[in-house]
Design a protein around this ligand. Structure first.
Ligand code: ATP
Length: 617
């Protein structure tokens, strides 16, 4: 007999036969179904209603509490919460107050249809409380308002998988003027994969036999750049031996000075556009007296130089352009620098590789925000395209404070801040022209004037002018309304993140409930009871598992319908009143149960496993 995929929300109650104490097709008492039916009707320790009756506000159910502590449950916002019913500080234990004193009204009806016995539990209070007991249920507003016991209904949310994409997310991809990479979900996914890859893919450390295994509290050192013979500084990714977290280390070779006052000041800077300096120490682990600066590690970073200015490996295919190779190359046929520079710019314009103005403003807004934080703290950062890193659309100034460590606090900060502003101007010009070779200022500015707005040109001119003393705070009026564009883009990106997060929360709900089912189903034994997973509450869960995963079509083929699976799991998570037919494996009996009852069985059974696990050897 094939499995029947029917849910019984609409079943007419009049078809239920009244319960008879001596049914015509009584169950053999040794059958597994009997263990469940006994637990529903007579066995005191297994009585669902008795269990529910024991639940009270004072003693919130250990089952629920244990589950919450062991697998972090998703506790939704209590949209309709009423102070007299819901406990604000303990959302997961609020439902039992409504359950208190639920009368034991368990009844079982059974009928025989064509040799198959159908068992119906008509325990309405069970269905209701189960629904209220949902990890994600919030109760219907009416029931909360009236406080009526038994009037609750499963949250519509708890029984759905996706609430749907909000309408404001959809049309954003066609928003003109904003770089699409700011808010495309596919981009978010690929960015996250790229970052995870970066963390998990290990470099072959045999290439670096001289690397120490441990440096202070850090191990698994992986160079972030290819080794240069006479470098004065080297960068590594490393893992903290205690926390397991990744850090970026900047090693300053043969370090002789020891003044660290400015490093202390750098440590205080916590800004989204500055890579955070956490710590520093000196070490002889590299065979010399090195200083190591410890920074936050941002996976899959690339420098602005690599991403936009060098045409190197870091460039995306659309960015790659032979126009940006070094004009001073050793190739005797290479064009003379000026010609090359001009040609490069013209080709950049023609081939459309110039950055959209919105992207330029985004970079400038972020960099000026970083400079503002740094300058306000009385520091300067030696801005350089190789020392600004980017992942996603976030820009950060990297290795902050390394210059101060090298020069031992001797530089004039006021002058260094002016140099930062000039460096920002040069960087803006380089990004606008897509080349670092902008020595011909007139030609470069001509390109900027032709391609971009007057505001951008004026900002660059202001930053490059050396006549007046400039300040980073003067830049804000020049950025003007473009700041709002940046805020708008970030908020749109946040919208997409929230939408994705909502989906993942729903996936998490399903994963948790699948974990619970997996922990209970087919467990070989529990507390020396080899038939534990086959009897009592668990028998019903086993049949539910069969119904979910092993259903077949009328001609015996596996019936795989993901929407059905997700729907059933959500009904279970919500503990709804909808009923489902569960057929015994011999096809002789059909149990008609509500998801509320199934949910309660699952929580009871899972709690038993948890208690056994916590009992210790
Ligand atoms: N905090 C960080 N987290 C992750 N990666 C970073 C971080 N800071 C820099 N990087 C990456 O490390 C790589 C090496 O950076 P580094 O500044 O050492 O490059 P470099 O051009 O070789 O400079 P230098 O010659 O001064 O060492 C770059 O690809 C950069 O993207």
């Amino acid at each position: 007999m094939s499995w029947i995929h029917r849910e019984l929300e609409t079943m007419d109650p009049s078809i239920f036969l009244p319960y008879s104490p001596s049914p015509p097709n009584g169950l053999p008492q040794e059958s597994k179904l009997a263990t469940y039916m006994n637990r529903s009707t007579s066995t005191p320790t297994r009585s669902l209603n008795q269990t529910l009756g024991r639940l009270s506000l004072e003693s919130s159910p250990t089952a629920i509490r244990k589950v919450v502590t062991t697998i972090t449950e998703f506790v939704p916002m209590n949209y309709f919460s009423q102070p007299n019913i819901m406990q604000p500080d303990s959302p997961e234990s609020s439902s039992p107050s409504i359950m208190t004193g639920v009368p034991n009204t368990s009844q079982v009806h059974q009928e025989n249809v064509g040799g198959t016995t159908y068992f119906y539990s008509t325990n309405d209070s069970l269905n209701t409380t189960g629904a209220l007991n949902s990890s994600a249920s919030i109760g219907a507003p009416e029931s909360c308002m009236s406080g009526a016991v038994g009037a609750g209904a499963a949250s519509p949310y708890a029984t759905q998988i996706y609430s749907g994409t909000p309408t404001h997310i959809g049309p954003m991809t066609s928003k003109s003027g904003l770089a699409p990479s700011f808010y495309m979900p596919e981009t978010i996914r690929s960015e996250i994969y790229e970052r995870n890859d970066d963390v998990f893919l290990q470099t072959d450390l045999r290439q670096y036999p001289d690397l120490p295994v441990n440096v202070e509290m850090y191990s698994e050192l992986t160079p972030l750049e290819s080794a240069a013979p006479h470098a004065i500084a080297t960068s590594y990714r490393a893992t903290h031996r205690q926390s397991g977290e990744h850090y970026a280390l900047r090693r300053l070779h043969s370090y002789t000075t020891s003044v660290t006052k400015r490093l202390e000041m750098w440590k205080q800077i916590d800004h989204p556009n500055v890579v955070k300096l956490h710590d520093w120490f000196t070490t002889k682990a590299f065979g010399d007296h090195s200083m190591v600066l410890v920074y936050s590690y941002h996976p899959a970073c690339t420098t602005l130089m690599n991403k936009y200015l060098s045409g190197g490996a870091g460039n995306s295919s659309s960015d790659a352009n032979g126009a940006f190779h070094d004009p001073f190359s050793s190739d005797p046929d290479a064009p003379r620098p000026y010609t090359h520079q001009k040609n490069a710019m013209l080709r950049a314009v023609a081939s459309g590789v110039l950055l959209p103005e919105a992207v330029l403003w985004s970079l400038l807004v972020q960099l000026t925000a970083a400079l503002r934080a740094v300058h306000t703290a009385g520091l300067a950062c030696s801005l350089d395209p190789t020392k600004v890193v980017m992942n996603g659309c976030r820009v950060r100034i990297s290795w902050s404070g390394a210059t101060d460590a090298l020069h031992a606090n001797t530089s004039d900060v006021a002058q260094a801040q002016q140099d930062d502003l000039t460096a920002l101007g040069r960087l803006a010009l380089a990004l606008a022209c897509r080349t670092i070779h902008c020595d011909n200022l007139a030609a470069s500015m001509e390109l900027v004037a032709r391609t971009y707005s007057a505001d951008l040109k004026n900002l660059i001119l202001y930053l490059l002018s050396s006549t007046a003393r400039r300040s980073v705070t003067d830049l804000m009026p020049m950025i003007g309304a473009r700041f709002y564009t940046q805020v708008e883009a970030l908020e749109r990106r946040a919208d997409v993140f929230e939408d994705q997060l909502a989906h993942e929360i729903d996936n998490g709900r399903l994963l948790r409930i699948l974990i619970k089912l997996g922990v209970v189903n087919e467990r070989p034994e529990l507390n020396l009871d080899a038939s534990w997973s086959e009897t009592g509450d668990r028998y019903m869960l086993k049949l539910f598992r069969d119904y979910l995963f092993h259903s077949v079509t009328a001609d015996g083929r596996p019936w795989l319908e993901q929407a059905h699976l997700a729907h059933c799991l959500n009904q279970l998570d919500g503990g709804t009143n909808a009923r489902v037919e569960l057929m015994s494996r011999d096809g002789q009996s059909v149990l008609v149960v509500s998801y509320a009852e199934l949910k309660h069985c699952l929580e009871q059974a899972f709690d038993e496993v948890l208690q056994a696990a916590a009992a210790g050897p």
